[in-house]
Design a protein around this ligand. Structure first.
Ligand SMILES: [Zn+2]
Length: 261
């Protein structure tokens, strides 16, 4: 039986059989000595063994298998797996930043804390954690940024950079959002009462949904350091914004077709 998931992987078949160029998509390939394939169009070549290994590792990345576990599954050095993972995360980081235009229309804003050893301490002011500001255009996409503080001027600066003036904003009742009404329409949700304001139907459920999506993925990766966290965050943002697409295919494209800036 062909499931939706397994058909996701068929996009790699022509690459791994050495029929399609992984760098430019051309079908004009020929084999050289030592199991290399070379492209007549872009002139690039690659060892077929290495190519297949990298495609397997990208598949593991797509499936969110931690590097150490994939290494043992594929009987590879963990460094080999980590190198591919890291390169992919760099690609995703830059792509997500490049793709993010200015949000417009109905936008939900919220901050969240990630990481830290202690459980339980939540809300603004938790020490040793990464603070993230999230902006979500409803029915569209999310943009995230690791930030230093939540003072009103800081928040407004991010909002001015990433959203169009005159948008409709939904936030909780945090004071940092007070000056938003001068920039667009501002609806506040009082979280201490209910998640959907009964009278106005205002809510920030979409961005809350993104936070739980992110926390679920991070839980799967087990212990991401504060230093590496921004990379992981952008990976999650990319996955979320492209959730309706074949992510494995996207990852292959980004991995082989991407030149570091
Ligand atoms: Zn080519």
């Amino acid at each position: 039986m062909v499931t939706a998931k397994s058909s996701h992987f068929s996009c790699a078949a022509n690459f791994s059989r050495g029929r399609k160029c992984v760098f430019c998509g051309s079908f004009k390939l020929y084999r050289t000595a030592r199991r290399y394939v070379k492209c007549q169009r872009c002139q690039r070549q690659k060892s077929l063994t290495q190519l297949r290994r990298e495609l397997e590792i990208i598949k593991g990345f797509y499936q969110q298998v931690p590097a150490y576990r994939l290494a043992s599954d594929l009987k590879l050095d963990q460094k080999t797996v980590s190198r591919v993972y890291q390169h992919l995360r760099e690609c995703l980081y830059h792509t997500a930043e490049l793709e993010a235009g200015r949000l417009r229309g109905e936008i939900e804003l919220d901050e969240a804390y990630f990481g830290g050893r202690r459980k339980g301490k939540r809300g603004r002011g938790a020490a040793g954690k990464s603070l993230v500001f999230g902006l979500l255009e409803r029915k569209e996409h999310v943009y995230t940024r690791v930030i230093e503080g939540v003072s009103a001027p800081e928040l407004m600066q991010h909002i001015k950079e990433k959203t169009r003036k005159g948008s409709v904003y939904y936030t909780d009742s945090f004071r940092g959002y007070q000056s938003l009404k001068r920039y667009g329409r501002h609806h506040q949700v009082n979280h201490s009462k209910s998640y959907v304001d009964k009278k106005t139907k205002n809510h920030i459920n979409w961005i809350e949904g993104f936070w739980s999506y992110a926390k679920h993925i991070l839980y799967n990766y087990r212990g991401v350091s504060k230093y590496h966290f921004p990379m992981y965050l952008k990976e999650i943002e990319y996955r979320f914004n492209h959730r309706g697409e074949n992510l494995y295919k996207q990852f292959i494209k980004l991995y082989f077709g991407y030149d570091s800036p």
